[in-house]
Design a protein around this ligand. Structure first.
Ligand code: ADP
Length: 519
């Protein structure tokens, strides 16, 4: 089977070698094993179902929510001589009918559909009458309520699988799945854990960096000037901010495009094309920009505001350096911005359980801003890689500032939390440590604690930031929810017993960051 697969790779796609993971995935599905494939964007997921599609006797159905990509994929397959088609809401109904009869008559090997199609009873009836050998589910994280892009129509997939006889082989594919989402996909689609194939998420050519304590507008202008002639994307959280930053750049003579959902479709397309063809080098955008664009020479992606979770961050930042050249991903981190994201979660129509889940994802994104460890390691760990190595080149790995021993301060904070019985959040803990006169403190009797006011020479802001640092470094574990309670972890126990030192970098030196950013 694998020899045949290799031949197809060469003759149809013109590649002489499989990429990491592809061979293993193709092997598994051709042995009839239902499989979950987790590969980064650009890792080569499509071939993992396109090649088996040619090996299986019947038809392969590919479910994908990305309508714009369907057409491109089908055009490319048809060019290489693989009969395929797609069905989605962009087609007129006569065209759909024609394609449906083509499917019925066995004219295609691959059929791409949007998940909403599974809600059309006549379409389901057709699927029951044809021989479907293989079902590929792209963007499979959309099936999980815990994912960042849940789509209810994906739940129809289970229904489809139960109705097709004999059951087709299933391949679920995604570029973003935390361990929780992976479990969910496996449970919902009955995939065994031993058939999960995950390839490295590492993007070697990306340099991650968190920029703190800066005037962001000034930083941005400086950075763009130092990297002029390079293509870059600047993501901002709201349309208003996109407009403002765009205007700021134009006023300073930087020619930039902008993109957000408040603009007409024609205007958006025009801006996107200008950027794709290098007529404008900088694009200022909300997260509406980027789905399905494939510009390979983006040299930097700057997030002006914190995104709502690590999945969104890695996906957006990962639009840098698709061509493999060295590229930078910067997060301009201002802790006060996290309120925008909290507000958006609060205003959304999600139920309480999902909101809590969103808050805890946001908190892990915030901890990325606070951590002093390797940023790439943090990301890979988030996506479920065990023991990822340090990258040696992110902003934290190359940070040459002296490390200061802050074990004693850490012990003061941790023991205070223990004395408060690990039942409070950051604000209350900070108040106790700084000896605040807040009435609430009296009502709990905390002014009696030996740790009351033990850090009173520090400001509340400093103590609060220090607690963020201890959380990001894994000494404190926040509970779910909007106002998390902080509890001590095992390594906090080690610190309290004097078995583990806590080291922290000295305060940020701003001028150095701009220089380090030159690529
Ligand atoms: P994904 O869906 O994982 O984001 P794609 O399937 O679109 O990625 O593949 C990304 C690019 O890599 C495509 O241009 C594809 O042709 C190319 N590619 C895939 N497999 C191989 C391979 N084995 N050798 C070389 N290039 C490959």
């Amino acid at each position: 089977m694998l020899n045949k697969a290799k031949n197809l790779l060469e003759t149809y796609f013109g590649y002489d070698q499989f990429r990491e993971g592809q061979e293993e995935i193709i092997q598994k599905v051709s042995e009839g094993k239902d499989t979950l494939a987790i590969m980064p964007t650009g890792g080569g997921k499509s071939l993992c179902y396109q090649i088996p599609a040619m090996l299986f006797p019947g038809i392969t159905i590919v479910i994908s929510p990305l309508i714009s990509l369907m057409k491109d994929q089908v055009d490319a397959l048809e060019k290489t001589g693989i009969p395929s088609t797609y069905i989605n809401s962009t087609l007129p109904s006569e065209e759909i009918n024609e394609r449906l009869s083509g499917i019925y008559n066995g004219n295609y090997k691959l059929v791409y559909i949007a998940p909403e199609r599974l809600e059309v009873p006549s379409f389901l009836r057709l699927l029951k009458q044809i021989h479907i050998s293989f079902l590929a589910i792209d963007e499979a994280h959309c099936i999980s309520q815990w994912g960042h892009d849940f789509r209810p129509s994906y739940l129809q997939i289970k229904n489809l699988i139960s109705q097709i006889q004999p059951k087709p082989v299933i391949l679920a594919l995604t570029a973003t799945a935390t361990p929780q989402v992976q479990n969910d996909i496996c449970d919902l689609l009955h995939i065994h854990k031993e058939h999960v194939v995950m390839t490295g998420f590492e993007r070697e050519n990306l340099h991650f960096q968190v920029v703190k304590g800066e005037d962001r507008d000034r930083f941005l202008l400086n950075y763009i000037e130092k990297n002029s002639g390079q293509a870059g994307i600047i993501y901002a959280a709201t349309r208003k901010e996109v407009d403002r930053i765009h205007l700021l750049l134009e006023r300073k003579g930087v020619s930039a495009g902008k993109y957000h959902a408040g603009m007409s479709e024609a205007a958006r397309n025009r801006q996107q094309e200008q950027f794709l063809f290098d007529n404008i080098m900088i694009m200022v955008a909300t997260n509406a920009f980027g789905m399905g664009i494939n510009k390979s020479n983006v040299r930097f992606v700057i997030h002006y505001h914190i995104p709502r979770n690590m999945e969104s961050y890695y996906q957006e930042a990962g639009r840098a350096g698709r061509d493999g050249e060295e590229s930078a991903c910067l997060l301009l981190f201002a802790p006060q911005d996290t309120h925008i994201q909290s507000f958006l979660i609060e205003q959304s129509e999600m139920d309480d359980e999902r909101k809590e889940n969103e808050y805890s994802k946001l908190r892990k994104m915030i901890a990325y801003g606070h951590t002093e460890s390797c940023l790439q390691q943090y990301i890979l760990h988030y996506f479920g890689e065990e023991n990822p190595p340090e990258c040696g080149k992110c902003g934290n790995c190359t940070d040459s500032r002296e490390q200061v021993d802050v074990t004693i301060d850490a012990q003061k904070v941790l023991s205070c939390i223990r004395r408060m019985n690990e039942r409070f959040g950051k604000t209350m803990i900070t108040k106790v440590l700084t000896g605040s006169a807040d009435k609430k403190i009296k009502s709990f009797g905390f002014e009696q604690l030996t740790t009351f006011g033990i850090l009173k020479e520090r400001t509340q802001k400093e103590v609060s930031e220090f607690i963020d640092f201890l959380t990001a470094e894994g000494y404190l574990q926040p509970t779910d929810g909007q106002y998390p309670i902080l509890t001590l972890t095992e390594s906090a126990g080690n610190v309290l017993r004097g078995k583990e030192p806590v080291l922290r970098k000295e305060k940020v030196r701003i001028s150095q960051i701009v220089e380090d950013n030159e690529l």
